[in-house]
Design a protein around this ligand. Structure first.
Ligand SMILES: *Cc1c(COP(=O)(O)O)cnc(C)c1O
Length: 247
């Protein structure tokens, strides 16, 4: 029997292909990252057996719990997509190959300090708050270039592009505007030719808006609900937590 997760994956892949086709992009230009917060391991394994190898977590603790159980499959790759507190940095750099959510200098500094200790480098994206909703993290669009410049001083950090969460519960046009803004920022920052800064990755688009994001240039889409079903915890648990703390 085909599991629901497999069925959903087939649907998502088809929609990805259609969106690519609509704007003349190649399927290989867009990677599917499965957002796995709260998702039990059995479902992750089904996705993996169906060929999915890229997973994203929002919390250091969940990453630590799931990583060892998936590690046996050495093609599996983990990214960190959630708000990252500076005191959790050491757990995260251990497991992931790309951090999507670097949105402040202080976090860059904390990552750098840890990476120096471990004699490692890390690929990162700068998260931009394109919807200007206070409930979300990310540097404001006006300050994105400045933050990229500041982060580029840390020789342990490879800046690979930008990430955003599009406006939620919004019209297609409002969401599209967020994605267009991220694309514009990518173009502007790229034009500055900042040493060691690459701007090839655009991480944008989730269950409700990934086709729009692909049309606007996404190279990684992050999909959870549409593959795994509804989560039992509200997103505020991941997106607002500790917002008022110093970091
Ligand atoms: C949860 C989450 C997603 C996936 O959201 P869905 O709407 O379930 O597809 C994508 N990006 C981030 C940063 C998330 O926290």
């Amino acid at each position: 029997m085909v599991h629901l997760v497999e069925k959903n994956l087939t649907t998502v892949r088809k929609q990805m292909a259609l969106a690519c086709q609509a704007v003349g992009r190649k399927n290989e230009e867009v990677k599917l990252l499965l957002a796995t917060k709260t998702v039990p391991l059995e479902k992750l394994k089904i996705a993996m057996e169906a060929g999915e190898m890229l997973f994203g977590e929002n919390k250091a603790q969940e990453l630590r719990d799931k990583f060892p159980l998936m590690e046996q499959h050495n093609q599996v790759e983990w990214h960190f997509i959630g708000h990252l507190q500076t005191n959790k940095v050491k757990y995260v750099v251990k497991y992931v190959t790309l951090i999507h959510s670097v949105d402040r200098l202080k976090l860059g500094q904390a990552l750098h300090n840890q990476l120096v200790k471990e004699n490692k480098t890390m690929d990162i994206l700068v998260q931009v708050n394109t919807s200007r909703e206070t409930s979300k993290f990310g540097v404001s669009p006006e300050l994105a270039l400045e933050l990229v410049e500041q982060l580029s001083q840390f020789e342990t950090l490879n800046i690979k592009g930008l990430m955003t969460i599009g406006k939620l519960n919004a019209t297609n046009n409002e969401t599209r505007h967020c994605f267009q803004l991220l694309k514009q920022l990518q173009t502007q920052i790229r034009a500055k030719e900042i040493p060691r800064v690459e701007m090839d990755i655009l991480s944008m688009g989730m269950s409700g808006d990934f086709t729009v994001a692909i049309e606007e240039g996404a190279t990684i889409i992050r999909v959870g609900t549409k593959v795994f079903g509804q989560r039992y915890l509200p997103d505020e648990y991941y997106w607002n937590e500790n917002k008022l703390q110093d970091d």
